[in-house]
Design a binder for this molecule. Structure first.
Ligand SMILES: Cc1cc2nc3c(=O)[nH]c(=O)nc-3n(C[C@H](O)[C@H](O)[C@H](O)COP(=O)(O)OP(=O)(O)OC[C@H]3O[C@@H](n4cnc5c(N)ncnc54)[C@H](O)[C@@H]3O)c2cc1C
Length: 512
């Protein structure tokens, strides 16, 4: 007889690791965590690209996906394939969304996700080393967070903050304060050079528990649905063997690209699309794969006057400006960040200043390209097709250009490698650049969004349960109804914290 686990979690990423850790705190629950990528149980022998938080890891532990940011263009879309998921390869920016983001989720019918309901989970997940006593911070969670003090800032990162001041932006010491706005150090989940991924923060302390099993190198092909219940998942091991793994409750935490793809391959998705690939329809769920949100971004590339300040062995990012577009009623809908190093342009050393749209109206989508689980889905973001997005990103890009003329940063720039200012900086040119050149902030989410059952486009309820199968949950960045006005890692972990806690303290919700 094969064993039946209480909880089978698919994907050991930001959310999945938190869920595995919280759910297995109950020693009577048998929890299985399945991960397609590798696992490195010992931080001392973990590969350098996963430890090194000064830059992203793009290749060694990546899914090799591609996406289309705007119509007709294609680019790689990095996603972590390893225990820790994208938290193990990312830039370690540990920024929370603002209260209005979560109150908006509440207004869409998800009362459990209002700001006052998510704040305890944000506090629980962190150990804020700079503001441990603030009533909105935690001081004992698995993810350590700190900010670079002024003395540790690189010269051009320091200059960025000075230029922000000279341009009249307020200073902000804690970007995670609920009312934060302005320029200051980024909260980051790194200690020295070490990335505090969810593999390190959550799995390392939990993996000794006898009731938690972690199976890496195990690719989940689809859910097994028998009658009205999901009884487990079909997995493929690294040697090509295909097996069934049984569970009373299955949690999809494979991320905003793979979770909807697994649902579709399992027969849960838009009827027409499934028919096109000959997949037996289990449930017609039109919202699966729609509502793809992300943060479109466009960077000014600056050739450094003094090439010696550019060093790819130093932190990629240290500072942030959060602010609101002129005339906008969406607070902090824009971000500007300085990236310490960029690609060499004709042998010349560059850094970049990125304009990022944080509140978006436009949405993209994800479609299957094949029923074959090894064929990646088609991902189309459709950035800036909504004029409200294009205009605010264009205004942000113009504000970003102002940094290149503001002291002291202006004195560090030889010339701009992009954009070509000879083409003008009038509104039409700016809009064209944003519509043609913006690309992903690597924050895809929203592709299996939560909402009330009456909302035909929502896929799960506010507890993460599929509307149509109560023992299947989606619990990762897919369920966000909209992208928060912040990089998405902390919010994904917060989702894992909340759903993990419900699995532990209110198992009857999930039929356990
Ligand atoms: C390069 C990069 C830089 C980023 N920088 C930042 C940053 O600085 N700050 C920030 O806040 N956010 C950042 N992000 C985004 C952030 O990391 C993600 O939003 C977050 O990690 C998403 O969490 P998740 O749990 O939804 O998915 P993931 O963390 O991606 O986890 C999904 C997991 O599921 C596994 N999986 C997928 N399919 C299968 C399958 N079929 N079978 C088994 N396992 C499967 C994957 O291998 C992965 O481990 C970055 C992302 C990337 C890629």
């Amino acid at each position: 007889m094969t064993k039946t686990y209480d909880i089978v979690i698919v994907g050991a990423g930001s959310a999945g690791s938190a869920i595995a850790s919280r759910a297995s705190e109950d020693p009577t629950r048998d929890v299985l965590l399945l991960e397609a990528g590798a696992d490195y149980p010992d931080p001392a022998t973990t590969p350098f690209d996963l430890i090194n938080s000064h830059n992203n890891s793009y290749r060694e532990h990546d899914w090799g996906l591609g996406y289309s940011p705007t119509e007709g263009r294609s680019a790689p879309l990095p996603r972590g394939k390893v225990t820790g998921g994208s938290s193990a390869v990312n830039t370690t920016i540990a920024l929370r969304g603002i209260p209005e983001d979560f109150d908006e989720w509440d207004e869409l019918g998800n009362g459990e996700w209002a700001w006052n309901k998510v704040l305890p989970a944000f506090k629980r997940l962190e150990r804020d080393l700079d503001f441990p006593d603030a009533d909105y911070h935690g001081d004992a969670g698995p993810i350590s967070i700190r900010r670079y003090p002024e003395r540790e800032l690189l010269e051009h990162q320091h200059a960025f903050l000075e230029s922000a001041r000279s341009l009249g932006y307020p200073s902000c010491e804690d970007a995670n304060a609920p009312d934060s706005e302005g320029a200051g150090p980024h909260p980051m989940n790194k200690l020295g050079r070490m990335r505090v991924s969810c593999a390190i923060g959550y799995l390392a302390p939990a993996r000794a528990r006898p009731n938690l099993t972690i199976e890496p190198s195990t690719f989940v092909r689809r859910l097994i649905i028998e009658g009205d219940r999901c009884t487990g998942v079909e997995v493929e091991r690294d040697n090509g063997t295909i097996e069934l793994v049984r569970g009373h409750c299955v949690v999809l935490s494979a991320g905003a690209i793979m979770s909807p793809a697994i649902l579709k391959r399992s027969g849960i998705g838009p009827k027409r699309e499934l028919e096109q690939f000959g997949i037996d329809l289990i449930r017609d769920a039109t919202g699966v794969g729609d509502n793809l949100c992300d943060h479109p971004a466009l960077a000014v590339s600056c050739v450094a006057k003094d090439a010696s300040i550019i060093d790819a062995d130093q932190p990629l990012i240290q500072t942030i400006l959060r602010y609101t577009a002129a005339g906008s009623d969406k607070r902090n809908d824009l971000q500007i960040e300085l990236l310490s190093f960029g690609p060499n342009r004709r042998g010349r050393a560059t850094f970049a200043i990125a304009a990022v749209l944080e509140y978006t109206f436009g949405r993209g989508f994800l479609r299957l390209a094949s029923a074959d689980p090894h064929v990646a889905p088609i991902i189309e973001n459709r950035f800036c097709e909504d004029d409200r997005d294009a205009r605010r990103l264009a205004s942000c890009f113009r504000d970003t250009l102002a940094f290149t003329k503001a002291p002291p940063l202006d004195g560090m720039i030889e010339e701009l490698a992009f954009p070509n200012l000879k083409r003008g900086i009038d509104d039409e040119t700016m809009l064209k650049l944003c519509k043609g050149r913006s690309s992903s902030g690597y924050h895809p989410c929203g592709t299996a969004r939560m909402g009330p059952k009456e909302d035909p486009q929502s896929v799960v309820n506010e507890y993460g349960q599929l509307h149509t199968l109560e023992n299947v949950l989606v619990a990762d960045a897919s369920i966000m109804p909209s992208v928060p006005r912040a990089n998405t890692n902390l919010t994904s972990i917060m989702i894992g914290e909340k759903i993990g806690e419900w699995l532990r303290t209110s198992p009857t919700i999930y039929g356990l």
